[in-house]
Design a protein around this ligand. Structure first.
Ligand code: MRU
Length: 363
């Protein structure tokens, strides 16, 4: 399968989308997404600890975006050692990469981007800290640019799924703000919209942190796409009444057998979709495929603080001190997935064979 060609005009369209990450004159700026939609502040990241906290607190979030942020974060971490000798500079690389990698466990892009930066440093013949620092920032910029291109590829590959008049459900935010470009799940939507296809999107609110309501609805609405927010428990009703014809979500890690980890609640959506015969697609760039992970059972699932469940913003919504669980992701078995929308086209079952033949040896 060859990469799907992308018409030139998408670049012009992309320029109007909000950006989660900016590298300006050697400095990293991240949009604090926890404050959307009321405010959209860009925050300067001065230290590795700033970047670590931005990832951990979901100021920057979404699998591809945290990979790109971590690659730049490694540059931020190494900047103070620029003028050290090459040996001293090199001594800090693995330690800082391990620190950043520990910010969140589920999205494979975080470790993938950091390993790519580390491998690049090992191969580099740079003779000074400054030279290696400059080369690493160029590599981080390459990861950033490639992520944007991956989004275009998924957009071109998946847009054909969206036909005039369809209702499309998405969960969480796998949009522009989760990536460096048009998003993953939203890329087919942006491309279909740019082609003039009329359709409507239902954005699951996505408890507990409301990425669907706060972020997906914000960016799609700004782009002029017809978007309606629903609470997570409305999806079954909307499918039963025939308002949803297609589901497209993103993913944080795809195992070698095609099992898919994504934001908590995705599994429920996939089960409901199966019941109602609604095709459930997952958009995934190659940077999110983890062929070293045999099945979804091996994917580490992040467990976040109970207060995200027992409070709504600052307001207590469950009895003080009551027990609460907060797994941030779940795993959808591959047999519920109609197809994986990748930059190389739509991959269908049998996933183990097809993922290995398309991406084996390239990841
Ligand atoms: O906890 P988050 O907001 O980082 O979770 C994000 C998701 O689950 C997205 O669907 C996933 O990362 C794909 S992003 C293109």
């Amino acid at each position: 399968m060859k990469p799907v060609p992308v018409p030139e005009r998408f670049a012009e369209f992309e320029d109007r989308l909000p950006r989660a990450i900016e590298w300006r004159d050697g400095d990293l700026w991240l949009l604090d997404q926890t404050r959307l939609p009321a405010e959209a502040p860009m925050e300067h990241q001065e230290t590795a600890a700033d970047v670590f906290e931005a990832i951990r607190q979901l100021k920057v979030r979404g699998a591809p975006a945290i990979g790109v942020a971590a690659a730049y974060g490694l540059c931020v971490a190494l900047k103070p050692f620029r003028d050290s000798g090459i040996d001293v500079f090199r001594q800090h690389i693995d330690e800082q990469a391990a620190f950043l990698d520990s910010a969140r466990p589920t999205a494979v892009n975080l470790g993938w981007a950091l390993r790519r930066m580390q491998a690049f440093a090992v191969r580099s013949q740079a003779g000074s800290g400054a030279e290696l620092y400059d080369a690493l920032t160029a590599e981080a910029q390459a990861i950033h640019a490639e992520d944007q291109a991956l989004c275009r590829g998924m957009g071109a590959a998946g847009a054909e799924l969206i036909r005039p008049g369809m209702g499309v459900l998405t969960h969480c935010n796998a949009g522009a703000l989760a990536t460096s470009g048009m998003g993953t799940a939203t890329a087919p939507m942006y491309v279909a919209h740019a082609r003039g296809v009329p359709f409507r999107v239902y954005a699951d609110e996505t408890r507990p942190l409301l990425q669907g309501a706060r972020i997906t609805a914000w960016e799609l609405d700004m782009a002029g796409i017809d978007v309606t927010v629903i609470t997570d428990n409305m999806a079954a009703h909307m499918m039963a009444t025939g308002e949803i014809d297609l589901v497209i979500t993103g993913t944080d890690r795809v195992a070698a057998n095609g099992d898919v980890a994504n934001k908590i609640g995705t599994l429920g959506v996939a089960i409901i979709a199966k019941h109602f015969g609604v095709p459930f697609y997952v958009a995934c760039p190659s940077s999110t495929i983890d062929l070293a992970c045999a099945t979804g059972a091996e994917i580490p699932i992040e467990e976040r603080g109970a207060e995200e469940v027992t409070q709504f913003g600052a307001r207590q919504t469950a009895p003080q001190g009551v027990k609460a669980r907060n797994p941030a992701f779940d795993v959808t078995p591959h047999d519920l997935v109609a197809g994986l929308i990748t930059e190389k086209g739509i991959v269908r079952a049998p996933y183990a064979e097809n993922l290995a033949s398309l991406f084996g040896g390239t990841l």
